[in-house]
Design a protein around this ligand. Sequence first.
Ligand SMILES: C[S@@+](CC[C@H](N)C(=O)[O-])C[C@H]1O[C@@H](n2cnc3c(N)ncnc32)[C@H](O)[C@@H]1O
Length: 281
Amino acid sequence: MGETIKIHETAFLTATFRSIDENLSGDPFAKLWQNEKTDLWLKEYINNVSTEEPYCHCLRNRYFLDQIKKSIKQNNIEILINFGSGFSMYPFLLDENLIHIEIDKPEIVEHKKQKIEDWQNKSLIPKRDIHFLGVDFNEEYESELVPKIMSVKKDKRSFILIEGVLFFLGKKETISLFSLFDSLQNKGDLIGSVSFQNNVSETISFKKMLAFLAKKLTKDQELDYQLIDDEFYQNIENYKLTDKQDFFSLSKKYRHATSLSKGEILNETMYLLEKIGSKKI
Ligand SMILES: C[S@@+](CC[C@H](N)C(=O)[O-])C[C@H]1O[C@@H](n2cnc3c(N)ncnc32)[C@H](O)[C@@H]1O
């Protein structure tokens, strides 16, 4: 087996998965993140975990892309705040008037910022209004982050996205994040979130993923993963669960066919929440 992977480097894998079927993901820019090291991880991951992984990520991207587009029209969303944004390319796939805040570990946002500027200078991607903020959700980050977000967000209608991140965080950090979302958002604002349900841990693909990560993640990082059931989303104060999808429902929606059995698919669940309670700050 080749080199080890750091948690933040999983962002390269996710981006590359999306480039495998651009029609399905709706993302013609994900391929810009492709590099030799990630190509090797991708092959190892597909061979060791599930051959359907690229399509799971394409469907996830497509679902949120379509939901954000819809929310711009229906909920008058003006700003997308992406927590653990990694190398996703939503800013370049959405209307140029949308404002973006991208939050991730400092090394990720720094690298993304540089790459984006470079690709924009070469006219490979369009210019967009993006604000990059570097934080670690496992540390005390709110007192510095909130004023920075609010200075851009002001009273604008927001869509908060958190995808591919909660698996790596603990319950306490997750509750803090959703409480932060509540304090940032107004009635009618939206959250898109992704997580694995408890029952996924029984599938062969999930066991294979854990074995792969145990072997591949750098030794200084314990993988303390998190699974989340529907009840968590159904009981978030001030929010109503408005949509729930997974690989199987999205495969139907976007006419994607697979020959794998259910257990061979690493099935994530996508949630859409709307703020119904009154604004806190
Ligand atoms: C699998 S990637 C997903 C990236 C992106 N959301 C996407 O779907 O393409 C996970 C991302 O979560 C970020 N992340 C994980 N733990 C984090 C933490 N404690 N603080 C900030 N970001 C974190 C990683 O740096 C990485 O960019």
